[in-house]
Design a protein around this ligand. Structure first.
Ligand code: GAL
Length: 331
């Protein structure tokens, strides 16, 4: 029997279509669904809470707390080229089995953030460290280092920056490559900033109080020379109202502006708590607000709320959406 060229082409096209369906998600189906279960490349739920993202070598690395039902199991890392599909890269920073280690099992490693130091060619991780079996009383900043983005990170030390308690925190690298640690101090009543040393491994004595409004979960971005800082209130795992401050210098003064959340449950940050603000590579003024929807009964089942930051009349607006795509930034 003779098969015409067009029939052959049709058969090839159908086969190719089947392959796309069987394999990874097709481009058409990719979308962020805040609060839904989000699986990695192995079909397992992504376990990276209180996290942050580093973009380097055309790859996004998502670092976050690996959690059991309540246990802190170190820092997990995932990689992605498109922000929708994430490959599990394993444990970036493992808990130690040595009971004398500051990062021994039984303590807490929370809100890890990783930055890259171009001078030393090292990846540097800072996190909120609590010592084993001491609840939240240690209130220290922990530092770890690696030659590779995926780790393994080696734990270096912990301290209270310039003697201040340090719980919820974030890192921010400015355009001139100077890095900063923004942290909740004095039982979370104060939010402070410390400039880091050139190698990003320590706090300098340039350390200032930003405001005393009992805030935590800091997340920062910069647009047109203005810094934006989103924080949460202090109600443990329970959601509360976010607030936004702006400043022309990271050291302040910071001005309180309206809460940018908009839509159902906006007054409770959509049942979430800020963790990071991600600038999208290659897109101007495109930022993703990342938050955690904590489930204190089963922390590993806490969900991720990622929403685009839009600007209306020059002010940031974070509107709830059940589903959205990166294309929305072009509109
Ligand atoms: C939150 C904080 C979380 C975690 C939690 C424990 O306020 O943002 O990172 O520490 O408290 O209750």
């Amino acid at each position: 029997m003779r098969v015409s060229a067009s029939v052959l082409l049709l058969a090839i096209a159908i086969l190719a279509g089947c392959q796309t369906q069987k394999g990874s998600i097709s481009k058409k189906e990719q979308a962020f669904q805040p609060g839904s279960i989000w699986n990695d490349n192995n079909g397992e739920v992504i376990n990276a809470h209180g996290g942050g993202i580093l973009y380097i070598n055309k790859t996004y690395y998502w670092y976050g707390e690996k959690r059991g039902k309540s246990a802190s199991e170190g820092v997990a890392v995932y990689s992605s080229k498109d922000l929708y599909r994430w490959k599990n890269e394993g444990i970036a920073l493992a808990k130690s089995n040595d009971p004398n280690s500051e990062i021994a099992v039984g303590g807490l490693v929370e809100r890890p953030k990783v930055i890259y130091n171009a001078k030393t060619k090292k990846y540097v991780m800072w996190f909120h460290l609590e010592l084993p079996n001491k609840g939240y009383s240690a209130a220290r900043a922990g530092v770890a280092i690696s030659d590779k983005a995926t780790g393994p990170f080696v734990y270096l030390k912990s301290f209270r920056p310039n003697g201040h308690m340090s719980r919820d925190m974030t890192l921010y690298v400015d355009d001139d490559a100077t890095a900063y640690h923004i942290y909740s101090a004095r039982e979370n009543y104060d939010l402070r900033i410390t400039k880091l040393t050139d190698d990003y491994l320590s706090a300098t004595t340039e350390d200032t109080l930003l405001f005393s409004s009992h805030r935590e979960a800091p997340a920062v971005f910069k647009k047109d020379g203005l810094y934006y800082l989103i924080t949460s209130g202090c109600t443990g795992w329970a959601p509360n109202k976010a607030s936004l401050h702006t400043a022309t210098s990271l050291f302040g003064p910071w001005k309180l502006v309206e809460d940018p959340m908009n839509g159902p449950l906006a007054e409770k940050t959509f049942n979430g708590q800020s963790t990071y603000i991600l600038p999208i590579a290659g897109k101007k003024d495109a930022f993703v607000f990342m938050a955690d929807k904590w489930n204190p009964k089963d922390l590993k089942d806490s969900r991720y709320l990622w929403l685009p930051i839009q600007f209306k009349d020059g002010k940031p607006l974070i509107t709830w959406q059940d589903s959205w795509k990166l294309d929305s930034f072009n509109q």
